[in-house]
Design a protein around this ligand. Structure first.
Ligand code: ZN
Length: 265
C-alpha cells in the first residue's frame, strides 16, 4: 500500500508508473524512454545511465523480462536503461558510462575474474549497485561480492503474503511506504544476518507468514556505502506481479536513485 505523501511528485509518479508499466508489460518491448523536460522540476539532475544485468547460471526467474521492462519504465527524466545478459560487456571501459548497475535476479557464477575486477573498479570509482532478489543467489565464491550484497541466499518457503516492517521511511526507497507493508513474494532466508554490516530499511514480520529461518530478526532490504561506492539490496522481486506493483516500483526507483548518489528520489 502507499502512504499519503505530501509530495505531489510521488502521487503523479504512481499514476505514471501504473500507466507506463502496464503498457510496458502488455506489449512488445518499448524503446528506451527518452529524458523529457519536466516543467515541475526545472532543477532535475541530468539523466544518467543504468545497466540492468540479468545473466543466470543457475535458477532462471520467469519475471526477468517483466523486471527489465519495469526498470526501463521507471527511469522517467532521471535515468535511461540498457539491459544485458552478456557478461563480456562488463569491462572497465563500458562500465564507465553507467552510474548504477542493477543485478536483476542473477544466479550463480556469472562473471569471470576479469569481469569481477572490472566491477570492483566500478564500485571503487564511486558508482552504485542495486541487487534484486536472486542477486543474493549469485557469486558465492566471490567474497567481495558477498560483502557488497550483504548476505547470500539460503532457502525460501512457498510464495505467500507477508507483512514487511518498514524500519526507516527517510530513505528514497521507502519514504512512500507506511510502517507496515503487506505484499506477496518469495521471501528469502539468508545464510547470515547482514544487520551488523549494513543499514536495514525493511524486515519481515516473521509471525505474518510461514517459513522464516530468521525468526528473531529477518532483514529483507538494506543499503550501505561499500568500498568507495554504494550498494542496495532488496529481497523482493520473484513474481511478475512485483514489477507491476507501483509501491514496489517506487521502492526500486528510489533504490536506483540512491545508488546513483542522488540525495532524494
Ligand atoms: Zn525467486
Amino acid at each position: 500500500m502507499i502512504a499519503t505523501n505530501p509530495a505531489a511528485r510521488v502521487t503523479s509518479l504512481v499514476v505514471l508508473l501504473t500507466v507506463a508499466v502496464a503498457a510496458a508489460v502488455a506489449g512488445p518491448p518499448p524503446p528506451p524512454p527518452k529524458p523529457t523536460p519536466d516543467s515541475k522540476t526545472p532543477t532535475a539532475a541530468p539523466a544518467f545511465r543504468v545497466l540492468v544485468f540479468s545473466k543466470t547460471a543457475g535458477f532462471r526467474h520467469g519475471c526477468i523480462p517483466d523486471g527489465v521492462a519495469a526498470v526501463r519504465a521507471i527511469g522517467g527524466d532521471r535515468f535511461t536503461v540498457d539491459a544485458t545478459e552478456d557478461a563480456s560487456l562488463l569491462t572497465a571501459e563500458k562500465l564507465a558510462s553507467y552510474r548504477v548497475v542493477v543485478f536483476l535476479n542473477t544466479t550463480g557464477d556469472v562473471l569471470d575474474d576479469t569481469q569481477q575486477a572490472a566491477f570492483e573498479g566500478f564500485i571503487r570509482s564511486g558508482r552504485g549497485y542495486v541487487g534484486v532478489h536472486a542477486a543474493a543467489d549469485t557469486e558465492y565464491d566471490w567474497p567481495w561480492y558477498g560483502r557488497l550484497v550483504g548476505a547470500y541466499f539460503k532457502s525460501h518457503p512457498r510464495i505467500q503474503p507477508a507483512t514487511v516492517v518498514v524500519e526507516n521511511t527517510a530513505h528514497p526507497a521507502t519514504k512512500h511506504l507506511a510502517a507496515r507493508w503487506q505484499r506477496t513474494d518469495e521471501w528469502y532466508n539468508y545464510r547470515t544476518n547482514p544487520r551488523e554490516s549494513v543499514r536495514v530499511l525493511m524486515s519481515l514480520d516473521t509471525a505474518s507468514y510461514d517459513g522464516s529461518a530468521m525468526p528473531d530478526d529477518h532483514p529483507i532490504a538494506w543499503y550501505h556505502e561499500y568500498d568507495g561506492g554504494r550498494a542496495f539490496y532488496t529481497g523482493g522481486g520473484h513474481t511478475k506481479e512485483s514489477f507491476r506493483d507501483p509501491a514496489f516500483l517506487i521502492h526500486l526507483r528510489g533504490a536506483i536513485l540512491w545508488a546513483a548518489g542522488g540525495p532524494n528520489g
